[in-house]
Ligand binder design. Structure first.
Ligand SMILES: [Zn+2]
Length: 378
């Protein structure tokens, strides 16, 4: 069927660009898991539990989560999600709805799309080319990334660490104002309340642990000789295994769920600092180290010949998702599969959401900050 050019263009604009992070299905689930685990935790204040139950309907137990993960098909637009869980996917849905008419988001001065990642290579000091390299020599030091929104590099690199701070501040403000959910008669905007900003904050904290959200080479194209024909490795890392339109990848899902459940029980968030800008960078820098594993797995999944430093010849058109996720390689000095790496990164996301929500709840119930402390944290 031939379509008029205008139709083709507008459909293209709506086609999900795949650089927004964990898929919609995964964001919904990771955010629910954070709420469920806080509610199950005896250390969570009872009034916070009451808020979570009220603001995040459709919570379930781990059996329910497993069956939902195994069987649901979601796609881009969230079905059946409400409250915090709905708001947790709105940052991606906004990009999808905007298409090419990107609006700049205040106070960042960049479109929504750039709030989901940070391309660390752009901050590398010295004269080396700012690009991804397999030996990780393209990765900057944390001190190389300035806590200064006006630094021009952020307009290209992305502003995830600033957005995390921003959402956290807005969540604290709404909690302090007692605007916990969308309710009639609260005054002000119906869309400004703690449920919204808890959802938004969860989204960006979750994006933070996707390794490809820390690099300019977000599709791992460096691992392919024919860069322009390189497969969409970003989509593979994210939604393909959990929510593909044509292939349910049931065997992989079956292997994945126990890995995620185990990581949720055992993993501790190693990034504990109070400075959210710095903490977000630390998560990006640590997640970045998974990129060589992802790249080598993508080579194996497409029979790309050559070495990671110098891929040669064409890759197969077929991307073998099973081979990709079962590929084993080194990450932080341990040999693990891509599937294990993904489970750990996603469990880490849940742990961070839990901890930062809790911190916002406590801060929103503590003494109001003086003007000078506010200044320091902005
Ligand atoms: Zn995103």
């Amino acid at each position: 069927m031939r379509l008029p050019l205008l139709v083709v263009l507008s459909v293209l604009a709506l086609t999900p660009s795949t650089s927004h992070a964990w898929g919609t299905k995964e964001h919904l689930q990771l955010t629910r898991l954070a709420a469920e685990r806080l509610i199950a935790d005896s250390a969570t204040p009872p009034d916070m539990k009451a808020w979570l139950k009220d603001a995040a309907p459709s919570l379930m137990d781990m059996e329910g989560e497993k069956s939902w993960f195994m069987n649901e098909r979601i796609g881009i637009v969230p079905r059946g999600a409400d409250g915090i869980i709905f708001w947790a996917v709105m940052p991606d849905v906004t990009i999808f709805l905007e298409g090419r008419e990107e609006k700049k988001v205040a106070p960042f001065g960049v479109p929504e799309r750039l709030l989901h990642y940070i391309d660390l290579e752009l901050f590398l000091a010295g004269d080396a080319k700012r690009e991804y390299r397999h030996d990780l020599s393209g990765k900057p030091k944390i001190e190389d990334v300035p806590h200064d929104m006006k630094d021009k590099r952020f307009a290209q690199a992305g502003m995830l660490p600033f957005r995390v701070e921003d959402c956290y501040g807005k969540l604290v403000d709404q909690i302090r104002a007692g605007r916990l959910t969308d309710k009639a008669g609260q005054g002000g905007s119906r869309d400004e309340h703690a449920a919204k900003w808890a959802g938004y904050l969860a989204h960006y904290l979750e994006d933070n642990t996707q390794p490809q959200h820390a690099t300019i080479d977000y599709k791992s194209a460096a691992y392919f000789a024919e860069k322009r024909k390189a497969p969409n490795v970003h989509a593979q890392v994210e939604y393909v295994m959990a929510d593909d339109e044509f292939d349910d990848h049931m065997a992989l899902r079956q292997e994945y769920w126990p890995l995620l459940a185990k990581a949720l029980d055992e993993l501790q968030d190693p990034v504990q600092g109070d400075d959210l800008f710095r903490a977000t960078l630390e998560v990006s820098l640590s997640s970045y180290d998974a990129l060589p594993l992802i790249g080598q797995a993508a080579m194996a999944a497409t029979k790309q010949a050559g070495t990671p430093e110098k891929p040669t010849g064409p890759a197969s058109d077929r991307f073998d998702t099973e081979t990709f996720f079962r590929f084993r390689g080194s990450f932080h000095g341990k040999e693990i599969s891509v599937l294990e790496m993904k489970a750990n990164q996603q469990a880490w996301a849940v742990k961070r959401v839990m901890r930062i929500w809790r911190r916002a709840w406590d801060e929103g119930h503590g003494p109001a900050p003086s003007a000078s402390t506010r200044k320091l944290s902005s």
